[in-house]
Design a protein around this ligand. Structure first.
Ligand SMILES: Nc1ncnc2c1ncn2[C@@H]1O[C@H](COP(=O)(O)OP(=O)(O)OP(=O)(O)O)[C@@H](O)[C@H]1O
Length: 308
């Protein structure tokens, strides 16, 4: 379990993390999200003892990282998959890590197999593709069979097969009762593999909730979309019934404050043909963009296609 409590980290005049509190629990994949510069890496670096907090605390299983008797067994970490000596083979890299923690060769072979790196075990890490480097980083995190895993952008650079593999792996690790904290900018992927999400912006907590709760906060969630050949009578009927109706192009209406059944029944009552009728689903990406709108460091205005 990871507990971050009123954590603040300053670098000179920059406040990278600002009074952040959240818990990543066992048996759960917690997605850690935020725009560039939000303070995710800094938080993770404090958790694993690479930075000291300016105030507040971060603990793993109730202890500061520095006080853990066997850190590699308590928490497996992949913060930067490129931090491997390029001249070392995958096997030698993992063996060196293992030997400093009294871990045997058999476990090195296990994690090479688990991460699909067996065929490349004796190749120098410097020759690895981005995806293979990610797998090696994950192998290192798994080496101590830890109860907690912290993975920074684990799917970065992986092909679709690799992305699927990470998704299954983190689900399995959580199903075994482990705590998994992972950051990613790939919202669709996080929506598929995380149970909860912690979203931060400018070092502060913006949301700490289940994926579904966050998705439900997106503006589109729960809106009824109806397309009809004659929108005007339906707009009048729904408005009179107290619904909030926003006409769109092509005879489409977005209706808030009425159910699909109520909209369908109202359409029949005013004799218009319903060509489409559904409740809109929100998405994690949409909810994330709405939550972090004020917290992005750099924004590119995309006008083509109307996207923001
Ligand atoms: N060693 C450092 N010295 C000074 N400022 C730092 C240092 N490390 C991070 N920062 C600043 O702290 C803020 C948070 O950075 P951090 O890398 O934690 O964000 P992040 O959420 O991980 O971003 P990204 O998604 O781009 O990786 C940024 O403004 C960054 O410039």
């Amino acid at each position: 379990m990871i507990e971050v409590e009123a954590l603040t980290k300053r670098y000179g005049s920059t406040t990278a993390v600002d009074g952040l509190t959240f818990t990543a629990r066992p048996g759960t994949v917690t997605g850690f999200l935020g725009p560039n510069g939000a303070g995710k890496s800094t938080t993770m670096r404090v958790v694993v003892g690479l930075e000291r907090p300016s105030s507040g605390s971060a603990t793993v299983d109730g202890r500061r990282f520095a006080d853990l008797p066997a850190p590699l067994h308590a928490v497996g970490v992949m913060l930067d998959a490129r931090s491997v000596h390029p001249g070392r083979t995958a096997y030698k890299h993992l063996l060196a890590m293992a030997q400093t923690h009294g871990i045997g060769r058999a476990r090195v072979r296990d994690v090479l197999a688990q991460t699909g790196l067996e065929p490349a075990a004796h190749r120098r890490a410097g020759t690895f593709s981005l995806g293979m480097g990610q797998r090696l980083g994950i192998a290192g995190a798994l080496l101590g069979d830890p109860a907690t895993l912290i993975l920074d952008e684990p799917v970065n650079g992986l092909d679709p097969d690799g992305v699927l593999w990470v998704r299954r792996l983190v689900r399995e690790l959580a199903a075994e009762g482990r705590t998994v904290l992972l950051s990613s900018h790939l919202m669709h992927e996080l929506a598929l593999c995380a149970d909860r999400v912690v979203i931060i912006g400018r070092g502060r907590l913006l949301a700490d909730a289940s994926v579904q709760e966050v998705v439900d906060r997106s503006e589109r969630a729960g809106v009824v979309r109806v397309r009809t050949d004659e929108p005007e009578p339906l707009v009048r009927a729904l408005t009179a019934a107290g619904a909030d109706v926003t006409p769109q192009d092509g005879g489409v209406l977005h209706v808030r404050g009425a159910t699909v059944d109520e909209v369908g029944t109202a359409a029949r009552a005013c004799g218009v043909a319903v060509l489409e009728l559904a409740t809109e689903q929100g998405s994690l990406e949409e909810a994330y963009l709405q939550l972090t709108g004020d917290a992005v460091e750099y924004r590119t205005d995309v006008t083509a296609g109307g996207a923001r």
